[in-house]
Write a protein that binds this ligand. Structure first.
Ligand code: NAD
Ligand code: DAU
Length: 331
């Protein structure tokens, strides 16, 4: 398969490219990535000889059209992804997430190329803390933040291009990922690298908010299964049934790194902070036979901590600037 991976130099995209090179060596992979602050050539260094990396903007119709014309399928990861950044400056989210997805859709439409669009469970808004409700494929869209509203817009564009133009596209909405190569602005790597650099871990508000954590490799095996066996026009929810409060995750990190459970500080809460996300993954399990391989969260979290300990050269150049920004926001 000639595969175009947008955003393949970011966290999930780079892990996806590593998986494809390892498990599907017959693939011809091209990555299109603007190499923004969140993308890095180093994340693709282990597979650099096996792929082609094109630095470019996913909203640039000329570049996208040419690359799509030479592809059998597109997996579209490219996006601005951090909620706190969207609260500070929403404009790049409209450009990459909305105009970028529109640009990909026009190219796959003109060249009749299969598309898998990577999205998030945040398009559904949040759930109350004190229920067992979970998101399903039929939960109404109700995004809360500038980030999630642009991802919701991108999903709706995909649905409209399927219905109006017969584009062969699938969508997946996944819960919170963790694992290697995640930017240090995000919750789990921020706390690990805070401890590794002698800083105090930072918890927003009381830490009662709940996220449904999935290892990045499990997200990517699900995305690959949808690409190969999913039904065009369908949406699939991806999750590993692993709900935890932020406080509990932080205390697991503290315990794994030999710190006291109270060795952190509470900081200013996120504006409009979504309370709880939870995915019902029964459709993808039943229809595509997909299962998460990393079911032991403490073990996978420990391996993630080891990765950050062993790969300081990858994250250390990013750390000070990220913390300077957080300090300005009181976080
Ligand atoms: P990331 O921020 O680590 O990576 C995003 C990548 O997209 C970067 O390499 C960046 O350079 C690139 N990019 C951004 N704007 C671009 C543009 N205009 N043109 C070309 N490249 C551009 O993000 P991630 O966590 O890897 O997320 C990847 C995708 O998965 C996103 O679509 C996100 O919404 C979705 N998602 C993420 C999670 C999660 O927990 N991280 C969960 C569900 C869905
Ligand atoms: O649910 C999927 C989404 O998960 C993706 O679509 C997003 O791209 C991804 O960034 C992630 O969004 P969250 O906002 O849930 O992730 P984040 O890592 O920013 O924060 C996770 C939780 O931890 C959230 O409740 C806020 C909290 N938090 C975050 C940071 C950075 C803290 O308590 N302290 C922190 O320092």
């Amino acid at each position: 398969m000639r595969l175009l991976v947008t955003g393949g130099a970011g966290f999930i995209g780079a892990n996806f490219v590593h998986m494809c090179v390892r498990d599907h060596p017959q693939d011809e992979i091209t990555v299109l990535d603007s190499l923004s602050y969140a993308g890095s050539r180093e994340s693709l260094a282990p597979v650099a000889d096996a792929i082609t990396l094109v630095q470019g903007d996913v909203a640039d119709a000329g570049v996208v059209d040419e690359l799509v014309a030479g592809s059998d399928a597109v997996v579209h990861f490219a996006a601005e992804t951090h909620v706190d950044n969207a609260l500070a400056n929403p404009k790049p989210f409209l450009h990459s997430n909305v105009i970028g997805t529109y640009t990909v859709l026009e190219a796959v439409r003109h060249h009749d190329v299969r598309l898998h669009h990577i999205s998030t469970d945040e398009v559904y808004g949040d759930l109350p803390l004190d229920t067992d409700d979970r998101f399903t494929e039929s939960t109404p869209y109700n995004p809360s933040s500038p980030y999630s509203s642009t991802k919701a817009a991108s999903d709706l564009l995909v649905r409209a291009w399927v219905r109006s133009f017969g584009v062969r596209a699938t969508i997946s909405n996944c819960s919170n990922n963790y694992g290697p190569y995640q930017h240090v602005e995000k919750f789990i790597p921020r706390q690990i690298t805070n401890i590794l650099t002698g800083r105090t871990p930072k918890l927003y508000g009381a830490g009662a908010n709940v996220r449904d954590w999935i290892h990045v490799e499990d997200h990517n095996t699900a995305a690959r299964a949808i690409l190969e066996r999913g039904e065009p026009g369908r949406t699939y929810l991806i999750g590993a049934s692993n709900e935890r409060t932020n406080l509990a995750v932080l205390q697991s990190i503290l315990a794994a790194m030999g710190r006291e459970p109270t060795d952190f500080e509470h900081v200013t809460d996120r504006a409009g902070h979504d309370l709880r996300y939870a995915i019902d993954p029964s459709a993808i399990r039943d229809e595509l036979g997909w299962r998460p391989a990393h079911a032991d969260f403490p073990a996978a979290l420990s391996a993630t901590i080891d990765w950050y300990r062993d790969n300081e050269a990858w994250w250390a150049p990013l750390k000070d600037a990220v913390e300077d920004e957080y300090r300005k926001r009181g976080q």
